[in-house]
Design a protein around this ligand. Structure first.
Ligand code: ZN
Length: 86
């Protein structure tokens, strides 16, 4: 579980995306999740415990559901020195 202050991610996206709408539907009211998820390396369907992971924040378009994954380290919500995080 890696909850964080969603305002940090929202401020990051406001600065970097500059209020851009969703590229798919052109409407774009973004909903930022306040949990961090992770992408794990593919290994023929087998889970690798302790393998490299990429922490991501799902950003979901309220209109069409288009979901964009933003790297949680780049967004500044988690520290890169966390164990196992690349
Ligand atoms: Zn959309």
């Amino acid at each position: 579980m890696a909850k964080f202050d969603g305002q940090i991610a929202i401020a990051h996206l406001q600065e970097k995306w500059e209020g851009k709408p969703c590229p798919m539907c052109g409407v774009g009211n973004w909903n930022v999740n306040n949990s961090t998820f992770q992408l794990t390396e593919f290994n023929q369907g087998n889970m690798i415990i302790g393998g490299p992971v990429v922490p991501v924040i799902p950003v979901v378009c309220n209109n069409c559901g288009n979901t964009i994954l933003v790297n949680a380290i780049t967004a500044g919500v988690i520290k890169p020195e966390s164990e196992g995080v690349k």
